[in-house]
Design a protein around this ligand. Structure first.
Ligand code: AMP
Length: 399
């Protein structure tokens, strides 16, 4: 797949609309607690500044319900961007698409930046309203999508707007292009052996990803809550562990397919079982066949962590989505931590997708050792599922 990229179109001196994902976490006083999402868009914004563009930036922030709400204003984000770019001023449009905004956009000079307020203050944004897309598009000569984290949504400023520009006037920003290239390259042209680690809570959330991955990988490692549906499908007693009984036939089908294709399928051989879903509850390591009645598995056990780490040793490519246990509680974070260290110390190309897994590898201090950590949870999962993201579709030059 070939994407139209910002570096391949002529943006010099043009008015550019950049859709970013500045949906950053804030504390109760609206202070930004993690500005990674803003920093990850700087390459694209600086490139536009260097090309003497007039820049209009749009993003969503939180989930406002009824139009403007101060707590969802992008003012703090605008302020942080101004500091990061060391600009004297960045303009902020009073509301999304009113007369004044359109006037501000038309008067915007090269080298200036104008921020639109939270796109989701506008009802038509999530409805992909054609009128809204048209108005947004009318503000600029060029459309750049750099909002990977929201590119799986067909929203007006992500999908609808792109249809108003021809392929030489729209492109993926540096972040979006990097995300797509990593996932596409990893999944479609991996250096083998290719090992995928899939964890997290439920099979239902990762079913399509598993179906897409099994024919492509050499080994698949299953951990987290979803492992128990597979273990139950194999006839194990799993106590009160998280199980989706209705997906047992699917679990069997996936394991059967892996067997047919010669894909090595790893499940936990032991788990950390607890009496309750509580960090204070009594917990112990038991084999996967011996989970006591009424107990629940909340992490993989030490033998599984070792087994999984060994399975990674010859990997040239590792794709990881989903923790091995309830890593938010220290008591059940050991399996995920051990695996994080194993992935980090491997010589493979390592790609981490999913908000929880990204959070996990930061907690374990392994962030710097990973080849690539995706900035989008839902969007990266859809790429692993083999889907073409709505916000990317219009930017594809060649399938
Ligand atoms: P997901 O969003 O599907 O990737 O799931 C991530 C969540 O799965 C994390 O919040 C973990 O706490 C949770 N999780 C992982 N292992 C288990 C488990 N054995 N039982 C219940 N929840 C789990």
């Amino acid at each position: 797949m070939k994407l139209q990229e910002i570096k391949n179109i002529d943006i010099a001196g043009k008015k550019v609309f950049i859709r970013c994902d500045f949906n950053v976490p804030v504390d109760e006083y609206q202070n930004i607690t993690d500005d990674r999402r803003i920093k990850s868009a700087l390459n694209t914004i600086r490139y536009c500044i260097d090309n003497d563009c007039a820049i209009i930036i749009a993003s969503h922030f939180g989930r406002p319900k009824n139009g403007y709400e101060e707590k969802y204003s992008l003012k703090p984000v605008k302020q942080r961007l101004k500091t990061l770019l060391q600009m004297e001023s960045i303009k902020l449009a009073p509301s999304i698409v009113c007369e004044e905004t359109l006037k501000m956009a038309s008067e915007l000079q090269n080298g200036e930046i104008m921020f639109l307020e939270n796109m989701r203050f506008e009802e038509g944004e999530t409805k992909n309203d054609p009128e809204l897309s048209k108005k947004l598009a009318s503000m600029a000569d060029i459309y750049i999508n750099d909002a990977f984290g929201v590119s799986h949504r067909a929203h007006a400023s992500v999908e609808g707007i792109a249809s108003h520009f021809d392929i030489n006037h729209k492109a993926a920003g540096f972040l979006l292009a990097k995300e797509i290239k990593f996932f596409y390259h990893i999944i479609e042209e991996p250096k083998r052996p290719f090992v995928s680690i899939v964890g997290g809570s439920k099979v239902s959330g990762k079913l399509e990803a598993l179906y897409n991955l099994v024919p492509k990988v050499d080994k698949i490692i299953i951990g987290g809550g979803m492992a128990f549906t597979f273990l139950k499908a194999l006839g194990h007693e799993v106590g009160n562990s998280l199980v989706e009984d209705d997906l047992i036939p699917e679990a069997l089908k996936i394991m059967e397919e892996a067997k047919t294709l010669g894909v090595k399928f790893y499940l936990p051989v032991d788990v950390i079982a607890a009496e309750a879903f509580d960090s204070e509850s009594f917990a112990k390591a038991v084999t996967s066949q011996e989970i006591p009645k009424g107990w629940m598995g909340l992490d993989i056990g030490p033998a599984s962590a070792l087994l999984f780490s060994q399975a990674l040793e010859d990997a040239h490519t590792i794709l990881w989505n989903g923790p091995m246990g309830v890593y938010e509680m220290d008591k059940f974070a050991k399996g995920s931590t051990k695996l994080s260290h194993a992935v980090a110390s491997s010589y493979a190309t390592t790609v981490v997708g999913g908000g929880d897994t990204a959070d996990l590898v930061r907690r374990t201090g392994d962030e710097e050792e990973m080849t690539f950590i995706s900035t989008g949870g839902g969007a990266s999962l859809e790429l692993i599922e083999g889907k073409v993201l709505p916000g990317v579709k219009a930017l594809i030059i060649e399938e």
